[in-house]
Design a protein. Structure first.
Lengths: 318, 369
């Protein structure tokens, strides 16, 4: 197990190294001079040249890359327009995103798993048709539109919830205050909609597959109660493919979704920071954030793989 | 002979005469639908053959070509049928015939296909269907709610939203399909190489895919678009290059196909790699390629909308659903209709692709027979 984890960690490092190279290539191919952007309106040629020297832009490419890499990894990367290190900027915004992500994730799980199970058990019934249709519509709906529609009809027209922003926070968490919780509802529902739909489909398909197996028939013929058969025999085995696919698709949907939802609902997290940085052409912040997302993705993936062994004792890594 | 003449008067009549009503109805229906579009265009004075504005010209040409195909297709189909009746007894049914039979009975697939046909026709014949010019501003009439004159209301410049939604389907389908063709060619090529040759090429391609995959598709596209500028050509190229995740699926398909006996036999007969790939691997992977492509168009349409919404996709004033939503966002407090209709158009179109893809997967997979 340990050697597997170590091997995976090495692989993870390699992928992340590739990500930094990809980002560096994009950064170098980009038109426009970062020194000029940093200098702003008052930039005389001397000032630009000085910034250029300070950033090391007059050095050979491999030196520049090395500098980019070390700064990225040690958190010394300086934002081009916010006048503070990228690390601090991200740390300042991260809790809001973590909160939103968890809320969306939990909401998706709580609704999708029971929906998927019920839909599989009542196959071809009215419930099944409505759940599958709903899930199909869900994966076809862009999250930012869901957020926009909820904002328009629930906040603006009916005036039930605040329109945007994060509201009051307690110790940096808005879920602890009533006002903050009200602000959280719309972004969390919007973010979770696609996850929910995807996971419902996965759970249903996986349950249908498992329910066909012989051991389910055996369990039933032993006279076990139906819920024991469903939960202990069927669901536990059905969980495995759900976790794999979910691990991969969730982080993709979660990160991309966070940028769109946070931008729409003015939620002050890293997703919105990403949009702001892109709009301000602040390359270092954008690349730092992208790297963070890639890091989050591979980490998520590793955790899923390790979780595997706990969910399914049949799997051993060596 | 009589049948041929009849089918030249109205395609499908010949089929009816021969008692093949089920094959004839689609021809009659298609001919009537297209004649209807022709009449609408004629009455509204928007039919243009060579002269006239570019968009009218495009739609008119497409309409004439389709009408010609229907008229030419009916007698040809009649001929094919009389020939095949004899062959059927000798050969039985082929794979695609079986697939077609199954697809016709699949309600989900038919629903998806119908939705997509409607959207496709709106896109092709946008100038005939849209009540106004999508770019014409009417500043006296801005932000007016849905009414008889403007069923979907007007936007902040007084442009008719219904017309803009209809024209928006051109961007969504056009850019979505173009990007997907790129994806399939590039991804298909990489997947084939990786799956067929294995070894070093496989390792390299898979690592590159892993790197690209570790950054969410939308974020990567956003990043590149923000750096290199936005616009439709850039959109197609960026989505085309970075949406190559189909390569994974194609690779695994190739991996399973290359172990089949017929590939072995092809190799034993001295077939070159190119021949084996083109003659054996590709035709046997085509089913999963179709499913992947259908699903990918849906993904691409959503990403295009997302990018345009953030301001890095299709640039205004070109009517695109995502950019329309960006404007709707600004006028959220006063004009709900600006947000509702373009969004519904996205949902409906992507839903169509998703259920069609779902159904194709069921229909094409012989293992589930």
């Amino acid at each position: 197990m340990l050697s597997y984890v170590i091997r995976r960690l090495l692989q993870m490092g390699l992928v992340l190294l590739g990500v930094t190279i990809l980002l560096f290539i994009i950064m170098k191919l980009a038109p426009g001079d970062p020194a000029r952007i940093m200098a702003g309106m008052r930039g005389t040629p001397e000032v630009i040249e000085a910034i250029r020297h300070k950033l090391g832009l007059d050095r050979p490419l491999h030196v520049q890359y090395w500098r980019f890499l070390t700064e990225l990894l040690t958190g010394k990367l300086e934002s081009m327009t916010f006048h503070m290190p990228v690390k601090d900027l991200i740390l300042q915004r991260l809790p809001a995103t973590v909160e939103l992500g968890f809320a969306g994730f939990l909401l998706a799980i709580i609704i999708s798993i029971p929906a998927g199970i019920i839909s599989a058990l009542r196959r071809n019934s009215l419930i099944d048709y409505s759940v599958t249709t709903f899930a199909l519509v869900g994966i076809s709906t862009p999250v930012f539109w869901t957020a926009l529609i909820l904002m328009i009809f629930i906040s603006v027209q009916l005036d039930l919830l605040p329109v945007c922003g994060r509201g009051e926070t307690l110790w940096g968490w808005s879920i602890l205050t009533l006002d903050g919780l009200k602000h959280l509802i719309i972004p969390a529902v919007a973010l979770s909609s696609v996850l929910m739909a995807m996971n419902t489909r996965l759970t249903r398909a996986s349950m249908l597959e498992v329910l066909r197996q012989d051991y389910i028939t055996t369990a039933r013929s032993k006279g076990l109660k139906e819920w024991v058969v469903i939960l202990r025999h069927a669901f536990r085995n059905a969980l495995l493919p759900v976790v794999t696919n979910a691990g991969m698709q969730f982080s993709e949907v979660l990160f991309a979704g966070a940028v769109l939802t946070e931008t729409t609902t003015a939620w002050p997290g890293v997703g919105r920071l990403m949009f702001e940085a892109i709009a301000r052409r602040d390359q270092t912040v954008v690349f730092g954030l992208t790297f963070l997302m890639a890091f989050g993705f591979v980490l998520f993936y590793l955790i899923v793989d390790i979780l595997y062994a706990y969910i399914d004792p049949r799997i051993t890594y060596d | 002979m009589v049948e041929t003449i009849l089918s030249l008067i109205l395609p499908g009549l010949g089929h009816l005469l021969r008692g093949e009503a089920r094959a004839g109805w689609p021809f009659i229906l298609a001919a009537l639908v297209h004649l209807g579009i022709f009449l609408v265009a004629l009455l509204r004075g928007k039919l243009a053959w060579v002269t006239g504005p570019g968009e009218y010209w495009f739609s008119s040409t497409v309409l004439y070509v389709i009408l010609f195909l229907i008229w030419a297709g009916a007698p040809l189909d009649l001929r094919r049928r009389s020939r095949r009746r004899r062959e059927r007894e000798e050969y039985g049914r082929g794979y695609w015939e079986i697939v077609r039979g199954r697809f016709i009975r699949d309600k989900k697939g038919l629903t998806g296909a119908t939705i997509l046909l409607v959207v496709l026709y709106l896109a092709l014949f946008a100038p005939f269907f849209s009540p106004y010019d999508p770019l014409r501003m009417d500043l006296k009439n801005f932000l007016s709610p849905p009414s008889r004159a403007h069923p979907f209301g007007t936007d902040n410049f007084g442009r008719d939203i219904l017309s803009r939604v209809i024209y928006g389907s051109r961007v969504a389908l056009g850019v979505g399909a173009a990007a997907t063709i790129f994806n399939m060619i590039l991804g298909g090529f990489l997947g084939l190489i990786a799956g067929y040759y294995r070894a070093a090429s496989d390792a390299v391609i898979m690592r590159v895919l892993e790197i690209i995959n570790s950054i969410p598709f939308l974020i990567l596209a956003l990043l590149v678009m923000s750096v290199f500028g936005s616009g439709i050509p850039q959109l197609i190229i960026v989505l085309g290059i970075f949406g190559i995740q189909p390569a994974r699926i194609i690779r695994s398909e190739v991996l399973s196909v290359r172990e089949e006996d017929y590939v072995m036999a092809g190799k034993a007969l001295g077939g070159s790699d190119l021949r084996i790939i083109l003659k054996h691997i590709l035709p046997n992977s085509i089913a999963s390629l179709m499913v992947v492509a259908t699903m990918q168009i849906g993904v691409n349409i959503i990403v295009i909308a997302g990018l345009s919404f953030l301001g890095f996709g299709v640039k205004p004033p070109t009517p695109s659903w995502g950019a329309m939503l960006e404007q709707a966002f600004e006028y959220m407090r006063v004009a709900w209709w600006m947000a509702v209709f373009p969004g519904l158009a996205i949902v409906l179109t992507v839903f169509g692709f998703n259920i069609l893809g779902d159904s194709l997967r069921d229909v094409l997979d012989p293992r589930l027979k």
